[in-house]
Design a protein around this ligand. Structure first.
Ligand SMILES: Nc1ncnc2c1ncn2[C@@H]1O[C@H](COP(=O)(O)OP(=O)(O)OP(=O)(O)O)[C@@H](O)[C@H]1O
Length: 243
């Protein structure tokens, strides 16, 4: 897989919040067709990396390449147009809009001819959203809102889907469903996924490759299976190594 050019290449990226350094020279590659997981403790800098890839905050040093093109200083809306979609932490859907309206918003940059076919596919993946298409987003359950956030991102027909903690606060069964959809999208549609997760066990099982972030640095990388076997990973991220 790795002889090809990465779809996303993060090189020595540094990000600051004022004087606080959040990313200290991060290197990450995501190849076409891969699911790559980033794990790390609270405050490690995972969300900051996702946001930096999307252009806000901007990297103060280093480079972000997407499909070979330097997007380090590209505004967020331009980055979205290029085929990167983000489902941010906290399921930021539009609460007053219906499920259908949220999905229409997601598709706003896509040619209208694709809408019906894309919607059909989304409703196959998330039948719950079909049943609730006229319900307001804010009245959905936590799991349904997460599904809607992912579905809305998918309606933009991304080449690269960035998911920030899709399992956060959800019951195990819902987490399983969401991870199965991600796997299906990757296997069937070839979607490339970069996933941030605290749920390290499931995320590394799902991923082709993974990275571990500690205090704004990448400290380990490998295949999902390799990382799951590493004692340091098990001790720090797998609930005391019980898995
Ligand atoms: N807007 C901000 N202003 C100042 N500091 C910030 C801001 N956002 C994040 N930080 C700091 O940057 C560091 C990285 O935060 P970030 O949210 O990226 O971590 P994370 O790995 O995603 O954590 P979590 O798993 O808890 O979401 C933390 O020390 C955090 O306090």
């Amino acid at each position: 897989m790795n002889e090809r050019q990465p779809l996303l290449s993060v090189r020595k990226v540094e990000t600051y919040y004022g004087k606080i350094v959040a990313l200290r020279g991060v290197d990450v590659d995501v190849y076409p067709g891969e699911i790559v997981t980033l794990i790390g403790a609270n405050g490690a800098g995972k969300s900051t990396l996702m946001m930096t890839i999307c252009g806000s905050p901007q990297a103060r040093a280093g480079q972000i390449l997407y499909d070979g093109e330097d997007i380090t200083a590209t505004p967020t809306h331009e980055i979205m147009r290029k085929g990167i979609a983000q489902s941010p932490e906290g399921r930021r859907i539009f609460p007053r809009m219906t499920v259908m309206e949220n999905l229409q918003m997601g598709a706003s940059l896509v040619a209208a001819e694709h809408f019906d076919g894309d919607l059909k596919r989304i409703f196959e993946l998330f039948p719950r959203l079909k049943e609730r298409s006229s319900q307001r987003g804010g009245t959905l359950s936590g799991g349904e809102q997460q599904m809607l956030a992912i579905a809305r991102a998918l309606m933009s027909r991304p080449k690269l889907l960035l998911l920030d903690e899709p399992s956060l606060g959800l019951a195990p069964l819902i987490v399983k469903q969401i991870f199965e959809v991600i796997k299906e999208l990757n296997r069937t549609d070839g979607l490339t996924v970069f996933l941030v997760e605290q749920n390290a066990f499931h995320a590394l099982k799902l991923a082709h490759r993974g990275y571990v972030m500690v205090n704004g640095n990448i400290t380990m990388s490998g295949t999902g299976a390799e990382l799951l076997k590493r004692e340091e990973v098990r001790a720090a991220y797998l609930e005391g190594g019980r898995h």
